[in-house]
Design a binder for this molecule. Structure first.
Ligand SMILES: N[C@@H](CCC(=O)N[C@@H](CS)C(=O)NCC(=O)O)C(=O)O
Length: 206
């Protein structure tokens, strides 16, 4: 039996919650508040790095890091394309989407939970998000099949939708549509899907 330790807001955890729902895998939930209360010792036992999500297996073994968890389920259920080149492109897009999550989480932590960072820090982070959004704009324009297959979203598309929605939530003044107007189409497909588990409270849709 699987147990997922996560915070409801974490985009990294959300990509795993969406994946488990898509694969119809049942699991127990341990929901944590990673910003407010002190974290339980159990979390550090399973994952000394101290991040969520953590997938606990039969209370004997645990795997952390969302990308590692996706690869674990790929070995069981097949997530990436059978075609080698396409699978490579999917993974590449997934890594870029995870970058959206990493940068916007860091942005939130630095601008809300700590003293304000230096100007260069803001610029570096915003620039990385802009580059990734441009990359997705181009991908949607030229190789949409990496993201949408038979009307359904692929793993990198889910990751992109989650990452983009987190950017919208944490950086409300950021004009993401200037860099990736086509992203709206992917986000809307995710929003219409029963697999797109909510974060709480739900982010605004822009
Ligand atoms: N690369 C990791 C990143 C996980 C991560 O940074 N999670 C954040 C939540 S959004 C976290 O657990 N932060 C807790 C902390 O740093 O204390 C993954 O993909 O799982």
């Amino acid at each position: 039996m699987y147990r997922l330790m996560f915070s409801e807001r974490s985009p990294f955890a959300r990509r795993i919650r969406v994946l488990l729902k898509r694969l119809d895998i049942h699991y127990k939930e341990t929901i944590l508040d990673i910003v407010g209360a002190p974290l339980p010792d159990e979390l550090y036992r399973w994952n000394p790095i101290g991040t969520v999500p953590i997938l606990v297996m039969d209370e004997k073994m645990a795997l952390s890091d969302s990308a590692a968890i996706i690869d674990y389920f790929h070995s069981k259920k097949g997530i990436w394309s059978h075609d080698e080149l396409k699978a490579l492109k999917e993974r590449r897009a997934s890594v870029q989407a995870e970058g959206l999550m990493t940068s916007s989480v860091a942005y939130f932590v630095e601008t809300n939970l700590r003293k304000l960072p230096k100007d260069e820090w803001w610029q570096d982070h915003t620039a990385s998000i802009e580059r990734v959004l441009r990359y997705f704009q181009n991908l949607i324009k030229t190789e949409k099949d990496i993201l949408v297959e038979n009307g359904g979203l692929t793993q990198p598309a889910w990751d992109f939708a989650i990452g983009l929605q987190y950017v919208i939530l944490r950086m409300p003044d950021f004009k993401w549509k200037e860099f990736c107007p086509l992203g709206e189409e992917i986000l809307n497909l995710a929003l219409q899907s029963k697999f797109f588990v909510e974060t709480i409270p739900p982010p605004p849709v822009k």
